[in-house]
Design a protein around this ligand. Structure first.
Ligand SMILES: [Ca+2]
Ligand SMILES: [Ca+2]
Ligand SMILES: [Ca+2]
Ligand SMILES: [Zn+2]
Length: 641
């Protein structure tokens, strides 16, 4: 409720004993006075209050002006009851000094005065809702722990779930004009921007004075910002009331309401544990240099999500639309990033060798891919399977950040300017690590390392499959290579996959997608051959079915197509169990790209007995003249009637 000056003078001044105003201004003209009758003091004092000279310190000038007029502002000791929060000068050259009301060092909840300077010499308004100097003891009778318990159960009964974090602060609460000593307890969920209740517990009686959820839902919006390396980005954010927060609810995975945090990409500040928000609320995330790590993370995670969606129709790392939670400023000057389980923590880098790790798209995509792997092959993070795990992260890192084959090239400051090279794994920060270079690039360079060394060399031996990925993409392009790699990872590999299994499954995925023979499979076989899986034929992992009745064989054929630019002599084709008849030319020379065909039939007379009725697996063993691939096994399924 507000009244004009006449009522104010009659209603408030008449009941308040005041000392005579000190004149800190040279001249004054009062144009408007609005009184907050509930609080018993002015909320607006407007006019013209001129100083003899421009104040050296606007905050001090503001406070001394207010102190000089207790008749207007009802503060007995303004110098100790007002504290500078912020001073800003706008484009008109006007300066605005925002002061928090305090009492004996305690905040007075929600009470501020803003002193507005038209020019350096002139205050044109003092506005803001404060209360007269409180007349309360600042010694609580209720312990903070008791207040927190009260607040927690109060919020729990309001929202139905158990909140997890509380913090409390002693303050003055203006309860309908009556100053009360309270504990303000903030009750929140774990890193949840949508549960942030403020509960005011009377510090004398222990009663809840007031509580509310301090979250305002507005909607997804688009912000701009400056990322690592001072590069500008557009980022997807969310507007909560006046706040712009690093919460991307724009992706197909998002499921409203936003309060459920389902299918959102968020970036938190490890130093505060809070969601990153724009401190000055202008929707431009350029407020300080520490913010750059968050801007890059938010921008790059969005691009990575979109890559997996566009390339594979995969809805987030788990294909269930689960959100991604990122934290920047992790650790202290940490030269690392950690990913998995839908979380990514980015170190800031030491500023000497590395920029903040979120500053490179391939690093962000690498960490995101660790979560993809977790929800697909779930490759165990040790030894060969761990090296494959690392390699898939590198591979998709360079699918998303596709301008070269270097990992970490946008954050590594010192020589060689990157972390790893898929094109040439021998290159790297320490090229003398092994006689051949930084990372192995083929199976003959594979390092059998103990777990104590990089989980068994997961960041070391990853160079071998990395090289294969590069070689394949170099022939058939990144897009097709990515389809093969993703199919292998998501459909075929199992947690303890080793390199041989990976080699077979990669060929299988290529055959599934592009047929055989095909340039795509040839590229895969070539690449596998060049890293040390010496192959003449693409390994036929399909089972050749052979239907048979006891004593009445039904023939089937096996076709063997030679890959590789040389002719190969097939020296023998035999049944591993000796129970299949094989007819065809032996030995037989087949040229590159040529095919040899053998007829396989069931031999009841010398083979299976009635005890074997059912599906039986046998193997046809093919022996060749090639030293690269001397034998090849083709599984045969014998269906006995
Ligand atoms: Ca801003
Ligand atoms: Ca790049
Ligand atoms: Ca990069
Ligand atoms: Zn990794």
């Amino acid at each position: 409720m507000t009244l004009i000056v006449a009522a104010f003078l009659a209603g408030v001044m008449a009941t308040t004993a005041l000392s005579a105003p000190k004149a800190v201004t040279l001249s004054s003209r009062l144009d408007n006075l609005v009184v907050d009758r509930v609080r018993g003091t002015s909320s607006v004092v407007a006019g013209e209050f001129k100083f003899a000279a421009a104040p050296a310190n606007y905050a001090e000038a503001s406070i001394s002006f207010i102190a000089s007029r207790p008749d207007l502002f009802n503060l007995r000791d303004a110098g100790n009851e007002l504290k500078l929060l912020r001073q800003e000068t706008d484009r008109l050259g006007e300066t605005h000094v925002r002061l928090d009301q305090v009492y004996q060092g305690l905040p007075v909840w929600g009470c501020q005065k803003i002193v507005h300077f038209r020019d350096a010499n002139t205050i044109y308004m003092v506005a803001g809702q404060t209360i007269p100097t409180p007349r309360v003891s600042t010694t609580p009778k209720v312990a903070s722990s008791a207040a927190e318990a009260t607040a927690s159960s109060s919020v729990k009964s309001a929202i139905g779930t158990e909140p997890v974090k509380t913090s409390s602060e002693l303050m003055i609460y203006p309860d309908n004009g009556t100053a009360k000593l309270v504990w303000q307890v903030v009750v929140s969920g774990v890193q949840s921007p949508t549960i942030k209740w403020r509960v005011f517990v009377d510090a004398v009686t222990g009663a809840v004075v007031m509580q509310y959820n301090d979250v305002k839902e507005d909607g997804p919006t688009v912000s701009t910002g400056i990322g690592v390396g001072h590069k500008p980005y557009t980022i997807q954010t969310y507007q909560f009331g006046l706040d712009y927060e690093m919460l991307d609810a724009s992706r197909p995975m998002f499921v409203p309401p936003v309060s459920n945090l389902q299918g959102v990409i968020t970036t938190y500040d490890n130093r505060t544990g809070q969601l990153y928000l724009d401190p000055n609320r202008d929707n431009v995330f350029d407020d300080d240099s520490a913010m750059q790590a968050a801007v890059s993370a938010q921008a790059f995670a969005g691009l990575t999500y979109q890559y997996f969606m566009d390339a594979f129709g995969r809805n987030s790392y788990d294909n269930l639309g689960s959100g991604l939670t990122m934290t920047v400023h992790y650790g202290t000057n940490l030269n690392n990033a950690y990913g998995g389980g839908g979380f990514i923590q980015f170190g800031d880098g030491d500023g000497i060798n590395y920029l903040p790790f979120s500053g490179d798209l391939d690093v962000v995509a690498h960490e995101f891919t660790h979560s993809v792997t977790e929800y697909t092959a779930n490759l165990i993070y040790t030894f060969a399977s761990g090296a494959l795990n690392e390699s898939y992260s590198d591979f998709f890192g360079k699918m998303v950040d596709s301008n070269n084959w270097l990992l970490g090239d946008d954050i590594r400051l010192t020589t060689p300017g990157f972390l790893r090279s898929m094109q040439d794994p021998h290159q790297g920060p320490n090229p003398a690590r092994f006689p051949f270079g930084y990372q192995p690039a083929k199976m003959s360079e594979w390092q059998d390392l103990p777990y104590s060394n990089d989980n068994g060399g997961v960041h070391i031996n990853s160079g071998v499959p990395n090289k294969a990925g590069y070689l394949v993409a170099n022939v058939i392009g990144r897009a097709k290579a990515a389809q093969i790699w993703f199919r292998t990872l998501s459909m075929y590999l199992t947690p303890d996959a080793d390199m041989n299994f990976w080699s077979s499954m990669t060929q299988q995925a290529a055959k599934d997608l592009y047929g055989f023979p095909s340039p795509e499979v040839a590229a895969v076989v070539d690449a596998l051959d060049s890293i040390g899986f010496s192959l003449v034929f693409a390994v036929p992992t399909q089972i050749v079915p052979l239907s048979a009745q006891l004593g009445a064989a039904t023939d089937t054929t096996i076709s063997i197509t030679s890959y590789r630019n040389e002719s190969v002599i097939i020296e023998s084709v035999v049944s591993a169990r000796g129970k299949l008849n094989i007819n065809g030319t032996i030995p037989q020379s087949i040229p590159s790209g040529g095919t040899a065909t053998y007829t396989v039939s069931f031999n009841g007379a010398t083979g299976y007995t009635t005890c074997d009725v059912g599906a039986i697996f046998d193997t046809v063993v093919i022996t060749t003249s090639s030293a690269a691939q001397p034998t090849m096994l083709i599984p045969v399924e014998v269906n006995l009637g």
